[in-house]
Design a protein around this ligand. Structure first.
Ligand code: NAD
Ligand code: ZN
Length: 246
């Protein structure tokens, strides 16, 4: 951000009443931790047919392929560490009363960075779910075939507890309430193409939040009031500095 943009942003922030600051984070916030996004040019979609690994039908047709795909993702995340952007959000939470994180990410880097009030609307890579009885268990290890649910005994139905396309996201009522009450809504590293998550941006804007996006390739979403065209860590460093001063 140049000085003029900082000046404009400072003016916008000054006009905002005090109240909840809500983050909506996507794959891009973990990119600087070395975790691939879906839609960037080196993203996961380049290598996988997404309908085969991110849809319920894909799991039905070839569970081994889906399990292998997510086992690789677990490995990536276990080897990763949070980056400055994750830590800056936690730092803001330490200094300000009401700061919430709605994340589309299935990694646990916000948690490792000490984040609080985290709403994983697309699930958690380190939980397994039985497709039959829906029992969820925490597990950092690979899910292998054959497997058996410890609760209902169903065979080969364990899968990561992540929300596949067409499935209903988690915690949407809570996320919508946060978007509605936000005074500042900060969107980081999301292409805004996955609904209903992307609808939260419109909801926050309609409810008069100041909506700020941080993304080196901005989404073009018309409900965004101010764009910081930077990577998550650099953009957030500038923004958090202004937030703590305002
Ligand atoms: P996406 O892949 O559709 O978009 C990634 C966005 O991040 C793009 O807009 C890109 O410009 C931006 N970006 C790339 N590098 C960045 C950086 N350094 N700083 C800031 N922004 C950067 O991701 P999405 O919108 O989150 O949606 C895809 C779905 O994929 C989500 O539902 C999520 O569950 C899943 N996913 C999660 C992870 C993860 O948990 N880390 C990784 C890949 C995909
Ligand atoms: Zn079961």
């Amino acid at each position: 951000m140049n000085w003029w943009q900082k000046y404009k942003l400072r003016k916008l922030l000054k006009r905002v009443d005090s109240g909840p600051i809500v983050f909506l984070t996507g794959a891009g916030i973990s990119a600087e931790s070395g975790i691939k996004t879906f839609r960037d040019s080196d993203g996961l979609w380049q290598n996988e047919k997404i309908e085969e690994v991110c849809r319920p039908e894909g799991f039905k047709k070839d569970p081994l392929k889906v399990l292998n795909f997510y086992n690789d993702r677990r490995k990536d995340v276990l080897e990763a560490i949070p980056n400055l952007a994750h830590y800056l959000i936690s730092e803001l939470q330490a200094q300000e009363k009401e700061v919430y994180i709605i994340t589309q990410n299935i990694d646990n880097l916000h948690e490792i960075a000490g984040g609080k009030n985290i709403f994983h609307i697309h699930g958690d890579l380190f939980k397994d779910k039985c497709n039959n009885c829906k029992k969820v268990v925490y597990n950092e290890n690979n899910i292998e075939l054959p497997n058996k649910c410890s609760d209902c005994g169903a065979e080969n139905q364990m899968r990561p507890d992540v929300v596949f396309f067409k499935e209903t996201p988690y915690l949407m009522q809570e996320a919508e309430a946060l978007a509605r009450n936000a005074k500042i809504f900060i969107v980081i590293g999301t292409s805004g193409q996955v609904y209903p998550a992307a609808g939260l941006i419109k909801l926050a804007a309609r409810c008069d939040a100041l909506v700020i996006e941080i993304n080196p390739n901005p989404s073009g979403n018309k409900y965004i009031d101010f764009v910081i065209k930077e990577k998550a860590s650099k953009g957030l460093l500038a923004l958090v500095e202004l937030l703590l001063k305002s």
